[in-house]
Ligand binder design. Structure first.
Ligand code: PEP
Length: 249
């Protein structure tokens, strides 16, 4: 059985003080077990969040990193810098990074390799645009992104990663995918992992759905056989709402 994982993606929201306030509230109300909990915060809030969440089962994640260990890369942050803070997860290849910061399958792959080498769990985002969906290209898009992200990675390492299927048209729009459609695409992603890395890896890797998930609809996604949790933006910004998502998983 795969342990469900609910990851919040705060994007470019919350100062250090706001992150501390969230953590104190989340800590006080954190009474669901059997679900892996992760908050992916801006770099500047990670240390404060780690300090506040010490002794809880809520892990912290970053939303990006560079693939090099160090060097003349102004403005960038490496995997080992994240590890030093106590970060366990890192979102890689989010569609906003692909769209606004020119991330490609190739750079995502380099980041996946570097994250795994440093002992971080990558949450690899894949998903189609509305145009691609309407053109019937969803399966091809998620296949190419999945194969690209994990090129050259060992099956055993792939098994311990997390994939987030996030149709771009559903992110931050309030237009969520139906649970059945999300499950169908997630099953395709799982079969791609099976073809490339074997059935045991496909059965172990966790695949989340992301795109306008809220406390009101989380149960419908979790009822699907291939959906192992959610990557949540907007609804993860309020502690009570995040805890409701966890309880719904
Ligand atoms: C996201 O940021 O990955 C996301 C899915 O956002 P939202 O839940 O707000 O659609």
């Amino acid at each position: 059985m795969r342990t469900p994982i609910i990851a919040g993606n705060w994007k470019m929201f919350k100062t250090m003080a706001e992150a501390r306030a969230f953590a104190q509230e989340a800590k006080a109300g954190n009474n669901t077990s059997g679900v892996q909990k992760v908050i992916c915060a801006p770099f500047t809030a990670l240390a404060a969040l780690k300090e506040e969440l010490a002794g809880t089962d809520i892990a912290i994640g970053a939303q990006n990193m560079h693939f090099e260990e160090q060097g003349a890369y102004t403005g960038e942050i490496s995997a080992s810098m994240l590890k030093e803070i106590g970060v366990d997860y890192v979102i890689l290849g989010h569609s906003e990074r692909r769209q606004y910061f020119n991330e490609t399958d190739e750079t995502v792959n380099k980041k996946v390799v570097a994250a795994l080498a440093a002992g971080l769990v990558p949450i690899v985002c894949v998903g189609e645009s509305l145009e691609q969906r309407e053109a019937g290209e969803t399966a091809d898009v998620v296949r190419a992104q999945t194969e690209g992200a994990f090129a050259g990675v060992d099956a055993a390492q792939v098994a311990d990663t997390v994939i987030a299927y996030e149709p771009i048209w559903a992110i931050g729009t309030g237009k969520s995918s139906t649970a059945e459609d999300a499950n169908e695409t997630i099953a395709i992603i799982r079969s791609v992992i099976g073809e490339r890395f074997g059935q045991a890896t496909a059965e172990k890797v966790r695949i989340q759905y992301g795109g306008s998930v809220k406390p009101e609809n989380i149960a419908s996604y979790m009822a699907q056989p291939d959906i192992d949790g959610a990557l949540v933006g907007g609804a993860s910004l309020v502690a009570d709402s995040y805890l409701q998502l966890v309880a719904g998983a």
